[in-house]
Design a protein around this ligand. Structure first.
Ligand SMILES: *Cc1c(COP(=O)(O)O)cnc(C)c1O
Length: 404
């Protein structure tokens, strides 16, 4: 058997379609975010990163870095075990308390990443609640989809951000079956935000639990960074809030928060929680410091909002269409995988602008896009430079000036 030939055949098909992923090799430059050194041939030595999920630049925050370094010196590098077998450190416990407080919940449970938290929590809830039905928004993230699949629970897909469709589907289910409504607050590809109050009301009407992914909102929305559920005053009506420590908080890890019984349930039955090494204590300590910091400091959120508004205004001024949405994510639709990759390559090589082309399967075919995430550390000059480059390319590529 020529296994490599089998691998290469499928890789070849990806390349043919323009959907083969090429990673930019970067060296993030602490103190100079969002600048990074590029280690790819044919690119300038220094590039400006326009697609980072370190939305607020917390990854270079002096205080958080100091906490991480101090904790390494105090506790060493790794946790040394699973949470059950010697791996639970006081920093994990303190972080879980911090996260429960962030969302106004009794308890929180830490995971290695946001992906793992969705996969493990939905997998466990769906598998262990007898006859559970999971109702999943059609644009939910891969980690939720995989968790639901793994649970083997019955699954219903409802129309994206459509509480009426959710209501109709819930009405067809047996009254006594446990129902879980799984959805996100900020959807990261279109940057749209769910109608949370309506979804919660529909779920409550049918006695369903709500499972909310706030990965792209924690740290960014709400007076203390508790996400859209905090901003809308709905956190206490959501059964489970899930988030990440790897995006706005600038560290690594994922979590769920909710009732003490629910967190204890997932802690006790979830293989993805139990059989894996705990996060390094230094990561937990830094993440806690970051969550606590953003509970108090609004400066980063305010500056991010300012840069987002400025970039949108400059794009409008140049006639470059971008998707209108109420979030911090600015998608510019290209609608062709090959053009999308080509534009990204030119931006990188000729302009020192790094934006990763977003192609299938991250988004549906025909909706390929460039996706910009301006943050507090992008200067107005950075933004002007980006808009200048896009303006020039827009003319050259003769892409229709029609709003997506
Ligand atoms: C990134 C992402 C996750 C996974 O979080 P990680 O901490 O990066 O593993 C989960 N849900 C959504 C919607 C995401 O975009």
């Amino acid at each position: 058997m020529d296994f490599d030939a089998m691998f290469n055949a499928q890789l070849g098909a990806l390349k043919e379609e323009g959907n083969y992923r090429i990673f930019a090799e970067l060296e993030r430059r602490c103190g100079a975010f969002p600048k990074a050194r590029s280690h790819d041939a044919d690119t300038p030595d220094e590039v400006t990163v326009w697609c980072s999920n370190d939305y607020l630049g917390m990854g270079q925050n002096d205080h958080i870095r100091q906490v991480m370094k101090d904790t390494v010196d105090q506790c060493g590098t790794g946790a040394g075990g699973t949470r059950n077998i010697s791996g639970t450190n006081k920093y994990h416990v303190a972080l879980e308390r911090e996260l429960a407080d962030l969302h106004g919940k009794d308890s929180a449970l830490l995971f290695t990443s946001g992906y793992v938290s969705n996969w493990a929590a939905l997998g466990t809830l769906g598998a262990r609640l007898p006859d559970a039905v999971i109702l999943s928004d059609e644009l939910n993230h891969a980690s939720m989809i995989e968790g639901i699949r793994h649970s083997r629970a019955q699954k219903r897909i409802w129309k994206h951000n459509d509480p009426e469709d959710l209501d109709r589907q819930l009405a067809t289910l047996p009254a006594n079956a446990p129902k879980i409504v799984a959805f996100e607050s900020v959807y990261s590809m279109d940057g749209d935000i769910c109608p949370m109050k309506e979804i919660v009301e529909v779920a409550e009407k049918h006695g369903a639990m709500t499972y909310l992914d706030e990965v792209h909102a924690v740290g960014l929305y709400g007076p203390r960074g508790g996400g859209v559920s905090e901003r809308e005053g709905l956190a206490d009506r959501i059964t489970l809030i899930e988030g990440t420590l790897g995006k706005a908080y600038g560290c690594m890890g994922g979590y769920i928060t909710g009732s003490a019984a629910m967190c204890d349930f997932v802690r006790s039955f979830s293989s993805g929680f139990i059989f894996t090494t705990a996060l390094p204590p230094a990561v937990a300590a830094a993440a806690q410091a970051s969550v606590a910091y953003l509970k108090d400091s609004r400066a980063e959120r305010d500056a991010q909002r300012d840069r987002v508004a400025y970039l949108r205004a400059q794009l409008d001024r140049r006639g470059i269409p971008h998707m209108d949405n109420p979030s911090h994510i600015i998608p510019v639709m290209i609608k062709d995988p090959v053009k999308c990759r080509m534009l990204a390559d030119i931006l990188m090589q000729d302009w020192g602008i790094y934006v990763q082309p977003i192609n299938y399967p991250t988004v549906p075919k025909g909706t390929e896009r460039l996706r910009f995430t301006p943050g507090p550390l992008h200067s107005y000059d950075d933004i002007d430079h980006l808009v200048e480059a896009l303006g020039v390319l827009w003319k050259q590529c003769a892409i229709a000036h029609a709003v997506a």
